[in-house]
Design a protein around this ligand. Structure first.
Ligand code: HSE
Length: 387
Protein backbone atom coordinates (compact mmCIF):
# COMPACT_ATOMS: atom_id res chain seq x y z
CA UNK A 1 0.00 0.00 0.00
CA UNK A 2 1.36 3.44 -0.94
CA UNK A 3 1.00 5.96 1.85
CA UNK A 4 2.08 9.47 2.84
CA UNK A 5 2.97 10.96 6.21
CA UNK A 6 1.99 14.56 6.97
CA UNK A 7 4.23 15.94 9.74
CA UNK A 8 7.58 14.27 10.40
CA UNK A 9 8.20 14.93 14.09
CA UNK A 10 8.39 12.40 16.91
CA UNK A 11 5.28 10.38 16.02
CA UNK A 12 5.67 10.70 12.23
CA UNK A 13 9.20 9.28 12.41
CA UNK A 14 8.04 6.57 14.86
CA UNK A 15 5.42 5.54 12.30
CA UNK A 16 8.10 5.54 9.58
CA UNK A 17 10.38 3.26 11.64
CA UNK A 18 7.52 0.88 12.51
CA UNK A 19 6.37 0.72 8.89
CA UNK A 20 9.82 -0.64 7.97
CA UNK A 21 9.28 -3.54 10.44
CA UNK A 22 5.71 -4.17 9.36
CA UNK A 23 6.50 -4.57 5.65
CA UNK A 24 4.10 -4.05 2.75
CA UNK A 25 3.78 -0.33 3.43
CA UNK A 26 5.46 1.95 0.93
CA UNK A 27 5.96 5.54 2.16
CA UNK A 28 6.06 7.62 -1.01
CA UNK A 29 5.60 11.19 0.29
CA UNK A 30 6.30 13.11 3.51
CA UNK A 31 4.79 16.54 4.11
CA UNK A 32 7.29 18.70 6.00
CA UNK A 33 8.87 22.13 5.66
CA UNK A 34 12.34 20.54 5.78
CA UNK A 35 14.07 17.21 6.30
CA UNK A 36 14.79 15.59 9.65
CA UNK A 37 18.36 15.04 10.87
CA UNK A 38 19.26 11.39 10.38
CA UNK A 39 16.69 10.98 7.59
CA UNK A 40 18.57 12.72 4.77
CA UNK A 41 17.88 9.70 2.50
CA UNK A 42 14.20 10.78 2.52
CA UNK A 43 14.87 14.31 1.23
CA UNK A 44 13.62 13.37 -2.27
CA UNK A 45 10.14 12.45 -1.05
CA UNK A 46 9.71 15.48 1.23
CA UNK A 47 7.33 18.18 0.06
CA UNK A 48 5.92 21.27 1.78
CA UNK A 49 2.88 21.17 -0.54
CA UNK A 50 -0.32 19.31 0.51
CA UNK A 51 -1.42 19.13 -3.16
CA UNK A 52 1.49 16.76 -3.87
CA UNK A 53 -0.26 14.31 -1.55
CA UNK A 54 -3.97 15.08 -1.98
CA UNK A 55 -3.69 15.06 -5.80
CA UNK A 56 -1.53 11.93 -6.10
CA UNK A 57 -3.87 9.09 -7.14
CA UNK A 58 -1.30 6.46 -6.15
CA UNK A 59 -1.49 7.39 -2.45
CA UNK A 60 -4.26 5.37 -0.80
CA UNK A 61 -3.76 6.35 2.82
CA UNK A 62 -2.35 9.35 4.68
CA UNK A 63 -1.00 9.52 8.24
CA UNK A 64 -1.62 12.94 9.78
CA UNK A 65 0.93 13.62 12.53
CA UNK A 66 1.19 17.40 12.26
CA UNK A 67 -0.64 17.94 15.56
CA UNK A 68 -3.01 20.75 16.54
CA UNK A 69 -6.28 21.59 14.78
CA UNK A 70 -5.13 23.88 11.96
CA UNK A 71 -3.97 23.19 9.29
CA UNK A 72 -4.36 19.49 10.22
CA UNK A 73 -8.17 19.70 9.81
CA UNK A 74 -7.98 21.28 6.35
CA UNK A 75 -5.31 18.81 5.16
CA UNK A 76 -7.25 15.81 6.50
CA UNK A 77 -10.44 17.05 4.82
CA UNK A 78 -8.55 17.46 1.53
CA UNK A 79 -7.26 13.88 1.76
CA UNK A 80 -10.67 12.40 2.71
CA UNK A 81 -12.33 14.30 -0.17
CA UNK A 82 -9.64 12.93 -2.50
CA UNK A 83 -10.73 9.41 -1.47
CA UNK A 84 -7.79 8.62 0.81
CA UNK A 85 -8.04 6.84 4.16
CA UNK A 86 -6.62 8.82 7.08
CA UNK A 87 -4.92 7.61 10.27
CA UNK A 88 -4.09 10.14 12.98
CA UNK A 89 -2.82 10.18 16.57
CA UNK A 90 -3.97 13.81 16.84
CA UNK A 91 -6.21 14.08 19.93
CA UNK A 92 -6.65 17.85 19.52
CA UNK A 93 -8.04 17.35 16.02
CA UNK A 94 -10.30 14.40 16.87
CA UNK A 95 -11.58 16.09 20.03
CA UNK A 96 -12.45 19.30 18.15
CA UNK A 97 -13.64 17.93 14.76
CA UNK A 98 -14.77 14.32 15.39
CA UNK A 99 -18.24 14.40 13.83
CA UNK A 100 -17.23 16.57 10.87
CA UNK A 101 -14.31 14.29 9.96
CA UNK A 102 -16.20 11.03 10.52
CA UNK A 103 -19.06 12.29 8.33
CA UNK A 104 -16.63 13.38 5.62
CA UNK A 105 -14.89 9.98 5.67
CA UNK A 106 -18.27 8.20 5.40
CA UNK A 107 -19.42 10.48 2.57
CA UNK A 108 -16.28 9.60 0.60
CA UNK A 109 -16.34 5.87 1.39
CA UNK A 110 -12.98 5.94 3.20
CA UNK A 111 -11.81 5.21 6.78
CA UNK A 112 -10.64 7.57 9.49
CA UNK A 113 -8.87 5.83 12.39
CA UNK A 114 -7.31 7.32 15.52
CA UNK A 115 -6.54 4.42 17.87
CA UNK A 116 -3.32 6.15 18.98
CA UNK A 117 -5.02 9.43 20.00
CA UNK A 118 -5.50 8.21 23.59
CA UNK A 119 -2.98 6.06 25.46
CA UNK A 120 -0.21 6.27 22.81
CA UNK A 121 1.12 2.73 22.50
CA UNK A 122 -1.59 1.13 24.65
CA UNK A 123 -4.30 -0.60 22.57
CA UNK A 124 -6.96 1.23 24.57
CA UNK A 125 -9.42 2.65 22.05
CA UNK A 126 -8.99 -0.52 19.96
CA UNK A 127 -10.15 -2.67 22.88
CA UNK A 128 -12.84 -0.22 23.94
CA UNK A 129 -14.38 -0.60 20.47
CA UNK A 130 -13.97 -4.38 20.57
CA UNK A 131 -15.72 -4.57 23.93
CA UNK A 132 -18.58 -2.47 22.58
CA UNK A 133 -19.28 -4.98 19.82
CA UNK A 134 -20.94 -7.31 22.33
CA UNK A 135 -21.28 -5.39 25.59
CA UNK A 136 -22.33 -2.03 26.99
CA UNK A 137 -19.76 0.38 28.41
CA UNK A 138 -20.78 1.71 31.82
CA UNK A 139 -17.67 3.67 32.74
CA UNK A 140 -14.27 4.74 31.42
CA UNK A 141 -11.65 6.32 33.63
CA UNK A 142 -7.94 6.71 33.80
CA UNK A 143 -4.60 8.41 33.96
CA UNK A 144 -3.96 9.51 30.37
CA UNK A 145 -1.30 12.22 30.69
CA UNK A 146 2.23 10.90 31.14
CA UNK A 147 3.70 14.32 31.94
CA UNK A 148 1.40 14.88 34.92
CA UNK A 149 1.95 11.35 36.18
CA UNK A 150 5.71 11.77 35.88
CA UNK A 151 5.58 14.97 37.96
CA UNK A 152 3.16 13.60 40.58
CA UNK A 153 5.07 10.33 40.95
CA UNK A 154 8.39 12.13 41.51
CA UNK A 155 6.78 14.54 44.01
CA UNK A 156 5.35 11.56 45.92
CA UNK A 157 8.38 9.25 45.77
CA UNK A 158 11.26 11.72 46.10
CA UNK A 159 9.65 14.90 47.38
CA UNK A 160 10.69 16.47 44.05
CA UNK A 161 9.82 20.03 43.06
CA UNK A 162 6.92 20.55 40.58
CA UNK A 163 8.76 23.03 38.31
CA UNK A 164 11.93 20.95 38.13
CA UNK A 165 10.03 17.79 37.23
CA UNK A 166 8.03 19.60 34.54
CA UNK A 167 11.32 20.78 33.03
CA UNK A 168 12.66 17.20 32.98
CA UNK A 169 9.39 15.91 31.47
CA UNK A 170 9.84 18.49 28.70
CA UNK A 171 13.45 17.43 28.13
CA UNK A 172 12.38 13.78 27.96
CA UNK A 173 9.84 14.70 25.27
CA UNK A 174 6.73 13.70 27.27
CA UNK A 175 5.22 17.17 27.48
CA UNK A 176 3.27 19.00 24.77
CA UNK A 177 4.93 21.90 22.90
CA UNK A 178 2.95 24.13 25.26
CA UNK A 179 3.15 22.19 28.55
CA UNK A 180 0.34 24.24 30.11
CA UNK A 181 -2.05 21.91 28.26
CA UNK A 182 -0.53 18.99 30.21
CA UNK A 183 -0.55 20.53 33.68
CA UNK A 184 -3.84 22.46 33.33
CA UNK A 185 -5.56 19.24 32.23
CA UNK A 186 -6.42 20.25 28.64
CA UNK A 187 -4.54 17.31 27.12
CA UNK A 188 -6.43 14.96 29.45
CA UNK A 189 -9.68 16.77 28.58
CA UNK A 190 -9.18 16.14 24.84
CA UNK A 191 -8.41 12.47 25.47
CA UNK A 192 -11.54 12.31 27.63
CA UNK A 193 -13.67 13.73 24.81
CA UNK A 194 -12.24 11.26 22.29
CA UNK A 195 -12.75 8.30 24.66
CA UNK A 196 -16.25 9.33 25.77
CA UNK A 197 -17.44 9.79 22.20
CA UNK A 198 -16.44 6.23 21.38
CA UNK A 199 -17.59 4.71 24.67
CA UNK A 200 -21.10 6.18 24.45
CA UNK A 201 -21.55 6.81 20.68
CA UNK A 202 -22.05 10.46 21.52
CA UNK A 203 -20.58 13.78 20.39
CA UNK A 204 -19.55 15.65 23.51
CA UNK A 205 -17.70 18.95 23.18
CA UNK A 206 -14.72 20.13 25.22
CA UNK A 207 -16.73 22.86 26.94
CA UNK A 208 -19.20 20.31 28.36
CA UNK A 209 -16.44 18.67 30.40
CA UNK A 210 -15.44 20.32 33.71
CA UNK A 211 -11.65 20.22 33.84
CA UNK A 212 -9.08 21.10 36.49
CA UNK A 213 -5.42 20.14 36.30
CA UNK A 214 -2.51 19.90 38.71
CA UNK A 215 -0.87 23.27 38.03
CA UNK A 216 -1.58 24.55 41.55
CA UNK A 217 -0.41 21.44 43.45
CA UNK A 218 2.41 22.01 45.91
CA UNK A 219 4.76 19.76 47.86
CA UNK A 220 2.69 20.42 50.99
CA UNK A 221 -0.40 18.85 49.31
CA UNK A 222 1.52 15.72 48.33
CA UNK A 223 3.00 15.44 51.84
CA UNK A 224 -0.36 15.99 53.57
CA UNK A 225 -2.09 13.36 51.43
CA UNK A 226 0.83 10.93 51.86
CA UNK A 227 0.52 11.23 55.63
CA UNK A 228 -3.14 10.19 55.24
CA UNK A 229 -2.20 7.20 53.03
CA UNK A 230 -3.31 8.89 49.79
CA UNK A 231 -1.65 9.48 46.40
CA UNK A 232 -2.77 12.21 44.00
CA UNK A 233 -3.27 11.48 40.27
CA UNK A 234 -4.85 13.45 37.41
CA UNK A 235 -7.91 11.48 36.34
CA UNK A 236 -10.47 11.47 33.56
CA UNK A 237 -13.84 9.87 34.16
CA UNK A 238 -17.03 9.31 32.17
CA UNK A 239 -19.84 7.25 33.70
CA UNK A 240 -23.19 6.30 32.24
CA UNK A 241 -26.24 6.94 34.38
CA UNK A 242 -29.68 6.33 32.81
CA UNK A 243 -30.00 8.39 29.63
CA UNK A 244 -26.99 10.58 30.40
CA UNK A 245 -23.38 10.33 31.52
CA UNK A 246 -21.23 12.30 33.91
CA UNK A 247 -17.85 13.35 32.55
CA UNK A 248 -15.00 15.38 34.05
CA UNK A 249 -11.24 15.71 34.58
CA UNK A 250 -9.81 16.41 38.03
CA UNK A 251 -7.01 15.58 40.44
CA UNK A 252 -8.05 12.59 42.56
CA UNK A 253 -6.55 11.16 45.74
CA UNK A 254 -6.34 7.33 45.80
CA UNK A 255 -5.50 4.96 48.66
CA UNK A 256 -1.78 4.05 48.45
CA UNK A 257 -2.58 0.37 47.74
CA UNK A 258 -4.82 1.02 44.72
CA UNK A 259 -3.84 0.35 41.10
CA UNK A 260 -4.02 4.05 40.22
CA UNK A 261 -1.74 5.07 43.11
CA UNK A 262 0.94 2.70 41.79
CA UNK A 263 1.20 4.02 38.25
CA UNK A 264 4.86 4.99 38.01
CA UNK A 265 6.82 7.56 35.99
CA UNK A 266 5.09 8.57 32.73
CA UNK A 267 2.87 5.49 32.34
CA UNK A 268 -0.87 5.60 31.68
CA UNK A 269 -3.54 3.40 33.25
CA UNK A 270 -6.94 3.36 31.54
CA UNK A 271 -9.89 1.32 32.74
CA UNK A 272 -13.28 0.37 31.37
CA UNK A 273 -16.21 -1.16 33.17
CA UNK A 274 -18.77 -2.90 30.99
CA UNK A 275 -22.08 -4.57 31.87
CA UNK A 276 -21.00 -8.17 31.17
CA UNK A 277 -17.21 -8.22 31.10
CA UNK A 278 -16.78 -6.17 34.30
CA UNK A 279 -13.65 -4.10 34.80
CA UNK A 280 -10.50 -4.25 32.63
CA UNK A 281 -7.44 -2.01 32.92
CA UNK A 282 -4.80 -1.18 30.31
CA UNK A 283 -1.33 -0.04 31.41
CA UNK A 284 1.76 1.18 29.58
CA UNK A 285 3.47 3.96 27.64
CA UNK A 286 0.93 6.58 26.68
CA UNK A 287 3.34 8.64 24.57
CA UNK A 288 6.60 8.56 22.69
CA UNK A 289 8.03 7.91 19.24
CA UNK A 290 7.89 4.11 19.01
CA UNK A 291 4.82 3.33 21.21
CA UNK A 292 2.62 5.89 19.43
CA UNK A 293 4.23 5.21 16.03
CA UNK A 294 3.38 1.54 16.42
CA UNK A 295 -0.28 2.26 17.27
CA UNK A 296 -0.48 4.44 14.16
CA UNK A 297 0.85 1.65 11.96
CA UNK A 298 -1.54 -0.88 13.54
CA UNK A 299 -4.37 1.32 12.24
CA UNK A 300 -2.74 1.47 8.79
CA UNK A 301 -2.46 -2.34 8.70
CA UNK A 302 -6.08 -2.79 9.82
CA UNK A 303 -7.32 -0.51 7.03
CA UNK A 304 -5.07 -2.19 4.46
CA UNK A 305 -6.31 -5.62 5.55
CA UNK A 306 -9.97 -4.54 5.62
CA UNK A 307 -10.38 -5.01 9.38
CA UNK A 308 -13.34 -2.86 10.30
CA UNK A 309 -13.76 -1.04 13.61
CA UNK A 310 -17.33 0.17 13.51
CA UNK A 311 -17.77 3.69 14.90
CA UNK A 312 -21.16 5.36 14.89
CA UNK A 313 -20.44 8.99 15.65
CA UNK A 314 -23.33 10.53 17.53
CA UNK A 315 -25.77 7.65 17.04
CA UNK A 316 -26.86 7.57 20.72
CA UNK A 317 -29.13 9.98 22.55
CA UNK A 318 -26.96 9.95 25.70
CA UNK A 319 -26.04 13.47 26.86
CA UNK A 320 -23.43 14.86 29.24
CA UNK A 321 -24.98 15.77 32.60
CA UNK A 322 -22.90 16.31 35.72
CA UNK A 323 -25.77 17.45 37.93
CA UNK A 324 -25.66 14.25 40.01
CA UNK A 325 -21.85 14.01 40.23
CA UNK A 326 -20.93 14.71 43.85
CA UNK A 327 -17.95 13.78 46.05
CA UNK A 328 -15.87 14.76 48.99
CA UNK A 329 -12.68 16.68 48.25
CA UNK A 330 -9.34 17.43 49.81
CA UNK A 331 -8.94 21.24 49.61
CA UNK A 332 -5.88 23.33 50.51
CA UNK A 333 -6.21 27.10 50.64
CA UNK A 334 -4.70 30.07 52.41
CA UNK A 335 -7.73 31.84 53.86
CA UNK A 336 -11.00 30.60 55.29
CA UNK A 337 -13.69 32.81 53.77
CA UNK A 338 -17.46 32.81 53.33
CA UNK A 339 -17.12 31.21 49.87
CA UNK A 340 -15.20 28.17 51.08
CA UNK A 341 -16.48 27.68 54.63
CA UNK A 342 -19.86 26.15 53.69
CA UNK A 343 -18.02 23.38 51.76
CA UNK A 344 -15.81 22.29 54.65
CA UNK A 345 -16.42 19.33 56.96
CA UNK A 346 -13.09 19.07 58.83
CA UNK A 347 -9.89 21.10 58.64
CA UNK A 348 -6.43 21.54 60.12
CA UNK A 349 -4.53 24.82 60.06
CA UNK A 350 -0.73 24.75 59.87
CA UNK A 351 1.36 27.90 59.39
CA UNK A 352 -1.58 29.85 57.98
CA UNK A 353 -2.51 27.12 55.46
CA UNK A 354 -5.86 25.31 55.72
CA UNK A 355 -5.90 21.59 54.89
CA UNK A 356 -9.55 20.56 54.59
CA UNK A 357 -11.84 17.66 53.82
CA UNK A 358 -15.07 18.87 52.28
CA UNK A 359 -18.64 17.77 52.72
CA UNK A 360 -20.07 16.08 49.60
CA UNK A 361 -19.82 18.80 46.92
CA UNK A 362 -21.13 18.85 43.33
CA UNK A 363 -18.24 18.43 40.87
CA UNK A 364 -19.38 21.47 38.87
CA UNK A 365 -19.54 23.60 42.02
CA UNK A 366 -16.06 22.56 43.11
CA UNK A 367 -14.54 23.25 39.69
CA UNK A 368 -16.25 26.65 39.54
CA UNK A 369 -14.75 27.52 42.90
CA UNK A 370 -11.29 26.33 41.78
CA UNK A 371 -11.37 28.42 38.59
CA UNK A 372 -12.72 31.45 40.45
CA UNK A 373 -9.93 31.32 43.04
CA UNK A 374 -7.33 30.89 40.29
CA UNK A 375 -8.65 33.88 38.33
CA UNK A 376 -8.38 35.95 41.51
CA UNK A 377 -4.78 34.75 41.97
CA UNK A 378 -5.68 33.04 45.26
CA UNK A 379 -3.86 29.94 46.46
CA UNK A 380 -5.94 26.77 46.21
CA UNK A 381 -5.62 23.13 45.24
CA UNK A 382 -8.25 20.41 45.37
CA UNK A 383 -8.41 16.70 44.72
CA UNK A 384 -11.48 14.46 44.76
CA UNK A 385 -11.34 11.62 47.30
CA UNK A 386 -11.62 8.41 45.27
CA UNK A 387 -14.75 6.40 46.08
N1 HSE B 1 1.91 15.26 26.53
C1 HSE B 1 1.25 14.00 26.44
C2 HSE B 1 1.47 13.23 27.72
C3 HSE B 1 1.78 13.24 25.24
O1 HSE B 1 2.29 13.66 28.54
O2 HSE B 1 0.81 12.23 27.95
C4 HSE B 1 0.96 12.06 24.82
O3 HSE B 1 -0.32 12.40 24.38
Amino acid sequence: MKIAIMGFGTVGSGAYETAKNAGGIDIVRILARHGRPGYEHLDDIITPNIDDIANDPEIELVIESIGGVHPAREYVLACLRAGKHVVTPNKNLISACYKELMDEAAANGVKLRFTSAVGGGIPWLFNLLRTKRCDEIEEVRGIVNGTCNYILDAMYDKGADFGEMLKIAQELGYAEADPSSDIEGTDTLRKTVVTTNLAFDTVVSEDEVPCCGIDTIQSCDVAYLKEKGLVCKLMMKAKRSGDSFEVYVEPTAFPAGSLEANVKVNNNLITLTARDIGTQSFYGQGAGMMPTGQSVIQDVLDIRDGKEQAIEAGSSALKADNSKAVHRYYIRHDRMCEHIEPFIDIYEEKDGIYYCISKPVAVEEMHKMGHHRKEKGKEMFFAALAE
